[in-house]
Design a protein around this ligand. Structure first.
Ligand SMILES: [Zn+2]
Length: 393
């Protein structure tokens, strides 16, 4: 049994508690949260700081970990994708080593679960070790070529079937982004996945050219596809923002994580939330700064009660894989976002998005959420640059 206390305990599912003790069994399962005065101080492990549940990272591409520092910052999404496509090949040893190292970095930083995009089976051996809960999103794209959907799907299925699911983990087939998935491929993905109760994700409204493509069939995506010899002759602009194409082609009965949302407006959020009560919005602020040097307007997410979650994206588009660093970046650029919201985005909302809130996301009796100590938060609950996180359990 462990008894742990700190200046504050933030269960996330309820208000912060001053001078409380979290009691767990040896496996980390929470047995009780009680006032400190009920316990002999000598029996309690005391810390300065705040106890919170383990972080949930809802968006990463662990298989791209070996490309850290390879693709330039600040160029915009299209040059970035071109960099990834042309530079991702490496030896199997190098890829595997980088994946293991990246997972260790996340574990050390207090991350207990990951929503991870896979195009290939490179991460599956690491995931089979079960060191954190994983939802693997087997991601498909056919560059808007309906004729290619069948082969794309079959190739993806062959990868999907190689994933050995350890207890507590999950998987689904997912579309990459509106600008890269044909209606035919959306149909195949929907037909394959369970009809309800699972999580899917899609990259969303990350860059202005994505909007130009859907609104007017103009802009840099036409050149990008042209360069790769792909014709968009059969693609027709919808005249609406790209998210409406996703809404028209995805299944509202499943949980959907929209990822990035850099350009998402209040009207877009409201449309998605009336389309489905199971919408989540993963923000990856450091990746947005790395790739496009801009951030979403978080005020519209707060105003619409959107369930925001946090993702690190991959080491190809980030300097580290730390949910705490993502929280700090939001606090630095949009300081009106309260600590309580950032904490919920980083823990419980993420657990709910991945369907892992049965065991993770909050300090509640019966859960095994991991316990993380954060230190350096100011007395008025501001998250400055020197705040640190350490996993205790
Ligand atoms: Zn991504």
């Amino acid at each position: 049994m462990h008894k742990i206390s700190a200046d504050w305990v933030c269960p996330v599912s309820s208000e912060p508690l001053e001078n409380a003790v979290v009691i767990t069994d040896n496996a980390g399962k929470i047995l009780a949260i009680e006032p400190a005065e009920k316990h002999d101080p000598a029996s309690v492990e005391m810390h300065r700081g705040i106890l919170i549940p383990g972080f949930v990272n809802t968006h990463c591409h662990l298989e791209l970990s070996h490309m850290k520092g390879k693709v330039d910052t600040g160029t915009g999404l299209i040059p970035f994708i071109t960099g990834v496509v042309t530079q991702r090949n490496a030896s199997a040893e190098l890829i595997a080593e980088a994946i293991e190292k990246a997972e260790q970095e996340m574990l050390d930083g207090g991350i207990v679960a990951l929503g991870d995009i896979s195009n290939a089976p490179d991460t599956f051996a690491t995931k089979a070790k079960g060191r954190m809960r994983y939802h693997t999103f087997l991601e498909l794209f056919d560059f808007l070529q309906d004729a290619g959907a069948e082969k794309t799907f079959a190739d993806g299925l062959a990868v999907y079937e190689q994933l050995e699911l350890v207890p507590g983990s999950a998987r689904s087939m997912v579309p990459h982004a509106p600008y890269s998935v044909s209606r035919s491929l959306f149909e195949k993905i929907n037909a394959f996945n369970p009809k309800s109760g699972i999580t899917v994700s899609i990259h969303n409204q990350e860059t202005p050219p994505e909007e130009a493509l859907f609104l007017e069939k103009k802009g840099e995506f036409l050149d990008f596809y042209g360069k790769f010899g792909i014709s968009l002759d059969k693609f027709e602009a919808t005249g609406q923002s790209s998210i409406y194409y996703a809404l028209a082609n995805m299944n509202p009965a499943n949980r959907t994580i929209f990822v990035h949302n850099t350009l998402t407006s209040r009207a877009n959020i409201e449309a998605a939330q009336s389309w489905s009560p199971h919408t989540f919005w993963a923000t990856c602020p450091n990746a947005n700064l790395y790739i496009e040097n801009r951030l979403p307007d978080y005020s519209v997410f707060l105003d619409t009660q959107a369930r925001v979650t946090i993702g690190t994206d991959s080491l190809t588009s980030n300097w580290q894989l730390s949910v705490l660093e993502e929280m700090k970046t939001i606090a630095r650029y949009q300081s009106y976002v309260p600590f309580s919201a950032l904490l919920r985005w980083a823990t419980l909302n993420g657990a709910q998005a991945l369907g892992f809130d049965d065991t993770l996301g909050s300090l509640e009796v019966g859960k095994t959420p991991g316990i993380v100590l954060i230190q350096g938060v100011s007395p008025d609950w501001k998250l400055g640059g020197d705040v640190s996180a350490k996993r205790l359990i």
